[in-house]
Design a protein around this ligand. Structure first.
Ligand SMILES: [Zn+2]
Ligand SMILES: [Zn+2]
Length: 173
């Protein structure tokens, strides 16, 4: 069964919704719904951005916790084995876990879709691009100036500069 975890449209907290259904946000109780899906992933179901990458659905915190427990056991029982077992368990988990499709734009996690295997891997350039898109949307960055407007500004500056030059020349002569 497929599901998507994405930020609640009201408060931004993570909500897990089955495509074609709706689920209530556990924090603000807003109903978040998703369009139905046939298993393809041409666009993010949460924000309809068409760039999604494939990532191993590995919980890094769980991985680190396993290693941490192994390290503590190493100190307590002064034997290396717990740490070695934890490390092996981490590797086994990593390679047996399914992939997840993550939207570059809204970070929605798509799980259980047959199309995930054909998604491209992570691309840092796309990630950076969408980081800026999100920052602009959230008002952390000023909107990009219109191309025409910035051209006009430059032109005015140049006009002023040449005008100043002209005055100087007149003064010299
Ligand atoms: Zn909410
Ligand atoms: Zn999205």
């Amino acid at each position: 069964m497929s599901s998507v975890v994405f930020g609640c449209r009201e408060c931004g907290k993570g909500v897990e919704v089955t495509p074609g259904e709706q689920a209530q946000c556990p924090v603000c109780l807003t109903h978040n719904d998703l369009p139905a899906s046939d298993g393809t992933l041409n666009a993010c179901l949460a924000c309809s951005c068409d760039e999604i990458y494939r990532h191993r659905d590995f919980n890094q915190k769980l991985g680190l916790a396993l290693i941490g427990i192994g390290a503590i056991a190493w100190f307590v029982w002064t034997t290396f084995w717990p740490l070695a077992i934890a490390a092996v368990l981490d590797v086994v988990l990593y390679f047996t876990l399914p992939d997840v499709g993550i939207c570059y734009r809204c970070k929605a996690h798509h799980r259980g879709f047959s199309a995930i295997t054909s998604l491209p891997g992570f691309d840092l350039e796309r990630h950076e691009h969408y980081k800026h898109v999100r920052a602009r949307e959230e008002g952390q960055l000023p909107p990009r100036p219109e191309k025409g407007a910035s051209d006009a500004d430059t032109k005015t500056d140049q006009d002023n500069a040449s005008g100043a030059d002209g005055t100087e020349k007149t003064n010299d002569t």
